[in-house]
Design a protein around this ligand. Structure first.
Ligand SMILES: NC(=O)c1ccc[n+]([C@@H]2O[C@H](COP(=O)([O-])OP(=O)(O)OC[C@H]3O[C@@H](n4cnc5c(N)ncnc54)[C@H](OP(=O)(O)O)[C@@H]3O)[C@@H](O)[C@H]2O)c1
Length: 258
């Protein structure tokens, strides 16, 4: 199948393109770097020609409330309209577990708006709700930093490896449209502050992690189960400790080859 991966140069997108190609599909990475811009429509009609499936794993360059809302609404509207003209049969989008539970977060409000457009559109679809990626934990710590300390609530947290996310996105992309949402998460549950403390200490980062029930996560307070999937979610295989070890090894190998 010809499968166009919007955001195919990103963290998840590049893995999805490689995995789909290895399975024998014609996977095409589309992003501003390859002349495809979903905000302006540039390059969309060409890249979607003869495509059966579109996987949208793009992300907004800015997480500011208005910018992220504009990104997901404009790009989704454009994509769905060009997909309809091209006869695309399946639109797959990656979103976040708990989007609809956290309306105080501008980023998650934008993901809800993206999902609403997809659900109300005419293209058969599948929406995948993933928990936070292991690769995202440093950004989380940075966003929650004030001075030399990181403030986060001690709620449940079930992050997963980008590799496992990409496997699930591929599985859904080559299947029939669900016209619904599936949840995916990591194989283990942690306390949010505990996991971030572990991640920082693995990098010898001296910041102290302070458990604070009112600390905000991307603009919103969290409750015990805000970020974790319900029973029945498909779980990834890669454990956090295993991922920490392998990413430390590959960082060492990269610096040795420089
Ligand atoms: N981070 C998490 O923990 C998490 C958890 C659950 C779900 N998600 C979702 O996962 C998705 C992918 O995240 P990611 O971390 O893989 O993203 P990423 O690495 O930041 O990659 C973003 C991609 O979007 C592309 N892009 C940006 N502007 C574009 C435009 N105007 N038109 C077309 N493509 C554009 C970028 O292209 P260039 O390289 O050309 O700039 C890049 O390929 C997001 O939708 C996010 O909401 C994230």
């Amino acid at each position: 199948m010809k499968i166009v991966v919007i955001g195919g140069t990103g963290l998840i997108g590049s893995k999805v393109v490689a995995k789909l190609s290895a399975l024998g599909h014609e996977a095409v990475a589309a992003s501003p770097n390859s002349g495809v811009n979903t905000l302006t429509g540039e390059g969309l009609s060409d890249v979607l020609e003869n495509a059966q499936v579109v996987v949208d794993v793009s992300n907004s360059p800015s997480f500011a409330d208005a910018a992220v809302m504009n990104f997901f609404q404009t790009s989704t509207r454009n994509l769905l309209s060009y997909e309809s003209a091209a006869g695309v049969r399946h639109h797959v989008a990656l979103s976040v577990v708990g989007t609809d539970r956290l309306p105080e977060s501008g980023y998650l409000r934008a993901k809800v708006a993206q999902e609403k457009l997809i659900k109300e559109g005419s293209i058969p679809y599948s929406i995948i709700h993933a928990t936070q990626f292991f690769e995202f934990v440093n950004r989380i710590a940075d966003e929650a930093t004030s001075g030399n300390s990181v403030h986060l609530p001690s709620v449940l947290f079930q992050p997963m490896a980008a590799e496992d996310v990409a496997d699930e996105v591929c599985r859904v992309a080559i299947g029939s449209p669900l016209n619904g949402t599936v949840e995916i998460g990591g194989p283990e549950q942690f306390r949010f502050d505990e996991l971030i403390r572990k991640a920082l200490s693995a990098r010898n980062d001296p910041r102290e992690v302070i458990a604070d029930p009112h600390a905000r996560y991307f603009g919103t307070e969290l409750s015990e189960r805000s970020l974790v999937p319900d029973d029945g979610a498909r779980l990834g295989k890669i454990r956090f400790d295993e991922w920490l070890t392998s990413s430390a090894t590959s960082a060492k190998q990269q610096s040795a080859t420089r």
